[in-house]
Design a protein around this ligand. Structure first.
Ligand code: PSV
Ligand code: MN
Ligand code: MN
Length: 386
């Protein structure tokens, strides 16, 4: 049996989305939580708290315009002082009346230019924050057959992306996220990994695909997509979350830990957590009814736990079983790793690194939630969308 190399866990870095700390909900109700951040500074402070307790979340992603400030250099320093860095900059072309019929795909050149300019603004933000990745998720699409010219929309999208890409710096990347439906219900202009792949390869080396685990039809084999994109060298980032039905944005690993294990097994297989890997692991979640800071702590721990289990797979024995056609043997090797309880081992690792052995319990005992609830009165609590 090969000795599992759990040292790779040292490379694990999970980016937190600023919007996970804001209030969010369904179209029925957004429930407020005491202590919810009122500013981007408070969102970053919450992300830093998650990192302090887990040692797993050194960067925080921002969303423009939700996290717009006057001085991004100062925000960068603020984050650094709290022990975290500013990460991916997410653009937003889905909350403006002008984009009712599309943004980068719109038939009207002035609307397309407005959307392009927004992305150029995001790149300027990246220059100031030191961020590497511009993440583009488009809500563009149509609801009815005939509403738009499918081919023409693709052509305009390609042209708009090419214009944006010209502004991407040598050390920066454009990451294109796909989603099979919602808000559009008939055609989504970047519905699947193939479409994203087609566009990013046309752009150049520094354009990659973002895989959001909640953006596929039920039953899709996501680990296959992971393996393929890694094989092609175009898996730029993950947006991790879990789902029961649609794009539920639930805590990663909550709905289906076995799927997360299978995904992470392919990530490891493809070198995705090797030092210098191009794969950024990010969360894209909302905490509608649960507390947000512990929700994020639980999320990063779930990713760590399933990564550890995936690292336990005896890959030599697995390869041997695969080559000899030992179907049940091969399956058993994978399942043995999946069923291994790595929690005591991870608790020991944390203790060795001066971290709380149980970050969830440490947060609960710290009184931090009550403190921020008391401090953060007045102002407007932030939410997904503001
Ligand atoms: C909408 O589905 C979405 O969740 C996308 O996944 C983006 O990554 C995120 O919002 C923020 O723009
Ligand atoms: Mn996403
Ligand atoms: Mn989503």
């Amino acid at each position: 049996m090969t000795t599992p190399n759990l040292d790779l866990l040292d490379n694990l870095a999970i980016e937190l989305p600023s919007w996970a700390f804001g209030n969010s909900g369904t179209r029925f109700k957004v429930f407020g939580t005491p202590g919810t951040p009122r500013t981007v500074h408070e969102k970053i402070a919450d992300a830093a708290k998650v990192n302090e307790l887990t040692g797993l979340a050194p960067t925080v992603a921002l969303h423009i315009p939700w996290d717009r400030v006057d001085d991004y250099g100062a925000l960068r320093t603020y984050a650094q002082d709290l022990g975290v860095r500013l990460g991916t900059i997410n653009s937003n072309t889905f909350q403006d009346d002008d984009y009712k019929f599309g943004s980068l795909t719109h038939t009207d050149k002035t609307v397309r230019q407005k959307a392009i300019d927004h992305h150029i603004e995001c790149i300027e933000v990246m220059n100031a924050t030191g961020s590497r990745d511009l993440k583009i998720w488009l809500a563009d699409g149509t609801n009815y057959p005939g509403q738009g010219d499918i081919r023409g929309r693709q052509d305009r999208l390609a042209e708009s992306l090419a214009t944006i890409y010209q502004h991407i710096g040598d050390e920066q990347r454009l990451v294109l996220e796909y989603k099979f439906f919602e808000p559009a219900t008939y055609v989504t202009d970047v519905p699947d990994w193939g479409t994203s792949y087609v566009h990013v390869t046309a752009l150049g080396e520094r354009a990659m695909v973002c895989l959001d685990t909640g953006h596929h039809a039920p039953g899709t084999n996501i680990e296959f997509i992971v393996a393929q994109l890694l094989r092609l060298g175009r898996l730029g980032s993950f947006d991790f979350n879990s789902r029961f039905y649609a794009d539920d944005d639930l805590i990663v690993g909550a709905a289906d830990p076995f799927q997360l294990f299978r995904i992470l097994f392919e990530v490891i297989r493809g070198g995705g957590i090797d030092l210098g890997s191009p794969v950024a692991l990010m969360l894209d979640q909302c905490h509608n009814v649960e507390e947000k800071i512990p929700g994020q702590i639980r999320s990063v721990l779930n990713v760590e736990e399933m990564t550890a289990r995936a690292l336990l797979v005896d890959t030599d024995s697995l390869a041997a079983a695969q080559e000899t056609g030992d179907v049940l043997g091969a399956n058993g090797i994978l399942m043995d790793a999946f069923y291994t309880d790595v929690r005591p081992l991870l608790a020991r690792r944390r203790a060795e690194r001066g971290l709380p052995t149980d970050p969830m319990a440490a947060y609960a005992a710290s009184g931090h939630a009550a403190r921020i609830a008391e401090q953060r009165v007045g102002g407007t609590q932030s939410s997904w969308g503001a």
